[in-house]
Ligand binder design. Structure first.
Ligand SMILES: [Zn+2]
Length: 199
């Protein structure tokens, strides 16, 4: 069965990796838990950065096919931060927690309230496959933002360089003409001398 996901990724995590991972979450969830919804239908997932806390968060409407997963902004360090932490004895990683969160939200999508659900911190969903996945991080572009005065001084510098180029070409042209004129005079004089001698 093929699962279709519409993924809106507002993080620096690589979209292709996320999609592959969420697809697997969906397959596993469908296999072991609930099949009320037909998840061959589209699931809408939005991944974004959480502004402050270190915890992964999530949100899903009851009986929906829409969820939001919020990842801490410092998630690059979060594996280190969380390495001291464990969920029921299992060392925690970003991917592991992400999977727990997605499963939790999928239960909401199935119409379940917290009372009816497992506490995934105390009783985590079994996801031994979680560590087979890698979600890589794309460095944000470090392109400098150019201020108006930076643009102007760059323009002025380029004009200065062009002016220097043409001035040096002009000096070379003037020198070349000087030499040509001198030689023209020399050979004109010799020509004159030659014709004088003939007479
Ligand atoms: Zn919840």
């Amino acid at each position: 069965m093929r699962y279709k996901i519409t993924l809106k990724n507002e993080t620096h995590l690589v979209t292709k990796d996320l999609k592959r991972f969420i697809k697997r979450c969906l397959e596993e969830f469908n296999k072991y838990y609930f099949i009320k919804h037909n998840y061959s239908h589209r699931l809408h997932v939005k991944i974004l950065h959480k502004k402050i806390a270190n915890w992964i968060g999530g949100y899903a409407y009851l009986n929906s096919r829409t969820m939001e997963i919020r990842i801490p902004r410092n998630f690059k360090q979060i594996d280190a931060t969380l390495s001291g932490r464990s969920i029921n004895g299992i060392p925690s990683t970003l991917i592991y927690e992400c999977a727990q969160m997605i499963f939790h939200e999928l239960e909401h999508c199935e119409g379940k309230h917290h009372k009816q659900m497992r506490n995934h911190w105390k009783n985590p969903y079994p996801i031994p496959w979680a560590n087979d996945y890698i979600i890589s991080y794309k460095e944000p572009s470090t392109k400098q933002i150019k201020t108006p005065d930076m643009k102007l001084s760059k323009k002025l510098l380029s004009l200065e360089n062009r002016k220097n180029n043409w001035e040096s070409k002009l000096r070379r042209a003037q020198n070349a003409l000087k030499i040509i004129n001198r030689q023209t005079n020399y050979y004109t004089n010799r020509m004159a001398a030659l014709s004088e001698n003939k007479q």
